[in-house]
Design a protein around this ligand. Structure first.
Ligand SMILES: *Cc1c(COP(=O)(O)O)cnc(C)c1O
Length: 389
């Protein structure tokens, strides 16, 4: 088997930071992939919500490869027509005023944190810099976004972490309001906590947080790195909560498979970051932007989003009928399955053996299928999943 040889070299040369599953994927199309030994898998992961249009979608491949043959990178010291087009599309489709492009979700959140703190510094001076985030959240792996993450397991080893983060209980508005003081500048949260176990926030809670932000002139930062780009059945999840965030971060599905992140802001914040205050070498790379334009045009189409909602409901309905399942959470095609037995990792490994890729989130089985997956592949995948459970 080719797998064993590759696995040996992986052990030898790659830092051991991932508890990887036993598959080495080599090629794919749509929601099917082949591993290095020719075994086929159905994909319910999209590479953790990244491949919005599945593997090697024709339109996306064409957009990316044509741009790679035209101009692969320019410095952000020059104007990039394709980056401007991508920004225009994103702002028009979301209603945000301006965007800063990065390479990842953590970097998009770093930008959001800098933006909120500078807005506060510009308007209130030094010392008003504290950000309220939620317990059980996940915001990234840089030292600052780890600090923003409300889970103790992430606050280890790498001391000292960035100061200025405090944590409120999700869905408990008193817990948020009791943390607001003269030092507070922002509230930062996911609308559905992804890594935290596919935990949706209550609508009333989210609306109340928005109200507190308005009353106290705090920036409302919504981390849509996982929920964005059609994943929950609207282009961004905040639309279904009926709120207007000041800052919105996006990544994962935004590039359709290439490293991409965006920090968007409302009109009020659009002049806060100025030359010299923030920058990146790669962010907004032309090839990535060309692919993202294809993703945004396709996923942003109302019929496409309606299909995501319908597929999500279809999948949820079928899973709820399976033996061994006690609950299904999530929205659109961001789905968390609570099992009767606490054996999510075992179920995921069994699925893999039988040709289906699925994820865990805490003690749940998590599904993030490609947004354009066919009903045929959904049915085949669900059959394997049912067998594994
Ligand atoms: C994945 C994720 C991040 C981190 O994104 P990276 O691209 O891995 O840096 C941040 N926030 C949320 C909600 C995520 O799901």
């Amino acid at each position: 088997m080719k797998f064993d040889k590759i696995k040996n070299d992986e052990k030898k040369y790659i830092m051991n930071t991932y508890g990887r599953f036993n598959a080495a994927l080599e090629s794919g199309k749509g929601s099917r992939a082949l591993d290095c030994d020719g075994r086929e898998y159905i994909d319910f992961t999209s590479g953790i919500g990244v491949n919005s249009l599945g593997w090697c979608d024709d339109g996306w491949v064409k957009a990316v490869s044509e741009q790679a043959g035209r101009l692969q990178h320019i410095s952000n010291l020059y104007t990039s027509p394709v980056q401007v087009e991508c920004a225009k599309l994103l702002c028009e489709k979301t209603g945000f005023s301006k965007v800063f492009f990065s390479n990842s979700g953590a970097e998009a959140n770093e930008c959001a944190i800098k933006l909120a703190r500078k807005y506060s510094f510009d308007n209130y001076g030094d010392g008003r810099n504290e950000i309220i985030s939620l317990k059980n959240s996940f915001h990234g792996r840089t030292v600052t976004t780890l600090a923003a993450t409300g889970q103790d397991v992430f606050h280890n080893y790498f001391f000292p972490f960035t100061e200025g983060f405090v944590f409120a209980e999700a869905n408990n508005i008193d817990s948020v309001s009791s943390l607001i003081c003269g030092k507070t500048c922002a509230v930062m949260m996911e609308l559905i906590q992804g890594e935290g176990g596919v935990m949706p926030l209550d609508k009333d809670f989210v609306l109340a947080v928005e109200r507190l932000c308005r009353e106290n002139d705090l920036c409302l930062i919504i981390d849509e790195v996982q929920t964005g780009v059609g994943r929950t059945g609207t282009l961004y999840c905040f639309e279904s909560y009926g709120i207007e965030p000041d800052i919105l971060t996006s990544a994962k599905g935004l590039g359709g498979g290439l490293p991409f992140g965006a920090c968007m802001c409302s009109e009020r914040l659009s002049a806060v970051l100025t030359p010299g205050t923030h920058a990146t070498t790669y962010g907004g790379n032309p090839v990535v932007c060309a692919g993202s334009i294809e993703v945004l045009k396709r996923v942003g189409d109302p019929d496409f989003l309606k299909a995501v909602r319908e597929k999500g409901e279809y999948i949820k309905g079928k899973i709820l009928k399976m033996n061994g399942v006690s609950d299904v959470r999530g929205l659109g095609m961001m789905i968390g399955i609570v099992l009767e037995k606490d054996n999510a990792r075992e179920v995921v490994e069994k699925c893999l053996e039988n040709g289906l890729l699925v994820l865990t989130a805490k003690n749940l089985v998590r599904l993030l299928p490609p947004l354009n997956i066919s009903y045929e592949d959904i049915d085949r995948g669900l059959e394997i999943l049912e067998g594994a459970i």
